[in-house]
Design a binder for this molecule. Sequence first.
Ligand code: ZN
Length: 307
Amino acid sequence: MKIEMVTRLCPVCCSADQSHIFAEADFDPAAWDEYAFASRKTPEYMHYRLISCPRCDLLYASPLPGLEMLAQAYMDAAYDAGVESEYASKTYAGFLPAIMRRLPDLGGALDIGTGDGAFLAQLLARGFECVVGVEPSKAAMSAAIGSVKPFIRHGLFRVEDFREESFSLVTCFQTVEHLYDPLKLCRDVFALLKPGGALFLICHNRRSCSALFLGLKSPIFDTEHLQLFSHSSAFFLLDKAGFKNIGIMPVLNKYPLHYWLKLSPLPLKLKQEALARLRRRHFGNLSISLPAGNMAVVGYKSRSCSI
Ligand SMILES: [Zn+2]
């Protein structure tokens, strides 16, 4: 597969300083399969050249494939993460009570990169109305349960598809790393939020203990991830997009034991054999909470702010 690669500036602060190379490119497009751009896949340990931005602390890929190739890859992505998606949605919903107390109302919630819509069910259960999810992968959408399917729109998120100041909450989980232009997404979300509304992101923390411990064997270093955030770069991102009262909190992820094994840095063949055995055993489905290096990032649009 011949892939045209393009270089870019830091996609958060626009710094052109690329002197801090974190890792040289290590990937083989021939090894990409239908799960290469799927959520919660088995790690492949491939990545583009990664630059550490000295200004905002973002770790970002440059050069990387062009936007059109990546957009098509997400449309074609396979999906087999229903169980993990359900677990993740419950973990992320744990942050909702504190966020909801500050929202102007519960009218209008948008979930960008909603996958099978598991989080839409959490929003509806907490009383949100006018809920909508956007998802580019048809395979993920078709895995949605019947009660949320009508609320999912197929395609990539486009700000022009929604009305300005029509949402109280916009969520975007494990997706901001995959975007070509994360700052544009945050600015677009800002325009769609009502005054007092919130953007709630979940993303990987490149400075987490697990990332530091595993190094390039951490599953966060992957060709799916075009950038990786830290506290500093996540704050920089939301602040630059206009958000106030920005809060960043660690996430304690709860998943079945077999999923933790899937993320582990064991050799692939050994991992596949162990996974097959573990999935057949009852204890393979035991749920375990671990700090997997995720962070919750929340920012609010000022109540006095009208666009
Ligand atoms: Zn930067």
